[in-house]
Design a protein around this ligand. Structure first.
Ligand code: HEM
Length: 105
């Protein structure tokens, strides 16, 4: 139950909240999104996976919001063997955390 409430709901609502905030500050982006939606939808009211896949600019907007404000900012992992991470070498069987927000900058 926690997974669907915590993992599924809070992450999605955080992403949407930041997206709406970013859009409220970027009229130009809102205009481009509206144009893309109008082009993809035309006169149709039917919206499905096919239409969703064509909204490439919208996808880029979400990815940028993910980068700027990752809903899950800290992730923990454990190495199973010696692992190279860029210029760092982590020994086997250690726990480490990484901060998504820093990686995105
Ligand atoms: C913007 C939306 C979402 C983001 C940013 C997000 C992010 C993440 C991240 C980073 C993990 C890995 C955590 C870790 O391994 O330490 C994860 C795992 C997971 N997420 Fe999401 N998630 C999102 C939406 C959802 C939704 C909608 C659901 C379910 C309806 C969901 C269910 C899960 C579950 C069950 C796991 C654990 C998977 C496993 O342990 O193998 N997530 N999510």
């Amino acid at each position: 139950m926690y997974r669907f409430l915590g993992a599924g709901h809070e992450t999605t609502s955080t992403l949407l909240t930041w997206t709406l905030y970013i859009l409220s500050q970027n009229e130009r982006v809102v205009k481009k999104l509206r144009e893309e939606i109008a082009t993809v939808m035309g006169d149709s009211n039917e919206f499905g996976i096919g239409e969703l896949e064509k909204l490439t600019y919208m996808s880029h907007v979400f990815k940028e919001v993910f980068r700027m404000f990752p809903p899950v900012s800290i992730v923990a992992r454990r190495t199973t063997c010696e692992t190279k991470l860029g210029e760092y070498t982590l020994p086997a069987k250690v726990y480490f955390v990484y901060y998504n927000k820093i990686i995105g900058y």
